[in-house]
Design a binder for this molecule. Sequence first.
Ligand code: ZN
Ligand code: ZN
Ligand code: FE
Length: 748
Amino acid sequence: MSTPLIRRRLRVSGIVQGVGFRPFVYGLAVETRLAGFVGNDTDGVFIEIESEAATLDAFVAALEASGPPAARIQRIDSEDIHPVGDTSFRIVASHHAETGTALVSPDLRTCDDCLRELHDPEDRRYQYPFINCTNCGPRFTITERTPYDRPNTTMRPFEMCDACSAEYRDPADRRFHAQPNACPECGPSVRAIPPAGDPIADARRRITAGEVIAIKGLGGFHLACDAGSDPAVALLRERKGRVEKPFAVMVSNLEIARSISFIDADEARLLTSRERPIVLLAKRTTTAVSELVAPGNGYLGVMLPYTPLHDLLIEPGDVWVMTSGNLSEEPIVTTNIEAIERLGVLADGYLVHDRDIHVPCDDSVVRILDGAEYPIRRSRGYAPFPVPLPFESPPILATGGELKATFCLAAGYDGFMSQHIGDMENLETLDAFTRAVDHFIDLFRIEPEVIATDLHPGYLSTKWAERQSLPVVKVQHHHAHIASVMAEHGVRDSVIGFSFDGTGYGADGTIWGGEVLVAGYEDFERVGHLKATPLPGGDAAVKSPAKMALSYLHTAGIPWSDDLPPVSALPATERAVLTAQLDRGINTVPTTSMGRLFDAVSAIAGVRQSVTYEAQAAIEFEALIDRSEGGAYTFVITERDGLLVIDPSPTLRSLADDFVAGEAVGVIGARFHRGVTNVIVETAERVRMRTGLTTVGLSGGVFQNVTLTRAARTALVERDFEVLLHRLVPPNDGGLALGQAVIAAARR
Ligand code: ZN
Ligand code: ZN
Ligand code: FE
């Protein structure tokens, strides 16, 4: 007696298109000897299989256990249907429905098979800078619309040659339905401006000789120069108008990366991952990297080649600055014409190609914190893979904030976080934002019903939201930070949130940034905050830690003695103006910003009196910490109208005394960081006593400081708190949109 045949219909969702999923299913079906078919539609992959029950179960188990390397299965739904008596397995044509949300794969680093072919003189794609296959290559940045088929990508103008189209049609081939499939015969090519015989060798020669070359990459242009050359890096800084903000470097392999930075096993895994982000690593002192690359910084951003072009360009021993091709804070340049117009003043030459970049996408920046990923900028390699939402959401667009802007298009259980857009302070960035929003709406077929945005009336993103003809939900900045970390971890109950950053518009119209919240998704209560101090002259104070220091000293009742660096750094006339401002409250706004406290203390400790980029003072202060020092400064927590107010006066007094007594800056830094850690724990204890809550969320740009974040987490865990840290989106404003989206969803 034979076992009865069963037919099973499977629906696989996740990143299952453009990643070799159908050939994988085909191979598996042939191997397990079952009949049926597989195909793509706008929801993902559909499969019907027919065999005995045990064979079908084995097939599904194998599918779940091991997809193709670039696939990410979110869910497999299955139902048994009537057998039809199929005898073979085949791949069927795509169904193009007008609904459904197929996921678009992020761009993928060159796979090992393609790298082997790239360096094989016998291979027909030997040294071809656009080699790719179903396991690797461009995806998101070339996709104009879904479904992900070649005519819907910027590969449309390139007609495949016979050899390429044979691979494309062969289910057993690694390039079966690889949409960007190409070869030197039929695909894109590189050229140099001004022209050169061997464009790649020419670019490398010029970079090695100290020039700045604009290189068209995957998500936009890079500006590249020799990282070991002081004059080359200085030239790039001068032309780009970027005084001190760190540059990232690219090196050819892990071994070279180890020669310029300290790398543990988790960091090595991240550096070589398919996402290939810039990884922030502890810096080594070496002549291969000029001090001008990341001045005063304890960390260095390092990445490995992620396209075949990079792999051909950079040789072992090369350490190159690779920074976004743009003028400061404008969107990244993606077209050859734009590059010549806008990068002309920055670059000595260009290495371009003729595959269009449809979606601008900057490199991601990620670090490792306590063995796991801690994102600083979530962009290329990650976007547009969705962040899973903790509950079902109506269609919502969340606009994010102002700096490091990203948006989130949410529907169902998916939060599609955009790539990094830039600082929304100019019209170019706003245009890029609008284009990216339209593209996401089109790609994922989600028509937002509501727009969530920041409470700040002055943000371009807020004004943009108000111009759309949709209901707007305004979300307080620090609540959004905490909701974002809650959403990542899928928590449902309220948490104690420490939302520490530089600036956010408070519910009372003042500037917040050192906030202790009891937060749910729908609402929050501000249960504590850093004691307010005047922010003299608004934005001017953000660039001047010295002024912030004087404001703090004034609030704490500490005299402006000449032996304190911020006092001597400011001319007497400026101090007189400041005194008048602070005494009479003219042209000042109260702020509870923790970022500004970090600025002030690094000024008092003699580290920075003025800054040229955001968080510079705190970054340089952290870099100097003496890890062997065990002391801590003290904060006082007072309770006023049920509100916990964290007063840094005793800290400032001890810090000023230590400085005057000649204490080393590293010791002062250690004592300050431990003081902040202790006050976080003490505040959390008080809130737990009052509310019974035991989960703490840490979010906001201040928690990019890993010395603080690590210490706070350890200390909180020791006191039996559960601690939520960011793992999927950044703690800075780049993660804000996720929080806005879930808050708006909860309120609907
Ligand atoms: Zn490949
Ligand atoms: Zn070809
Ligand atoms: Fe913020």
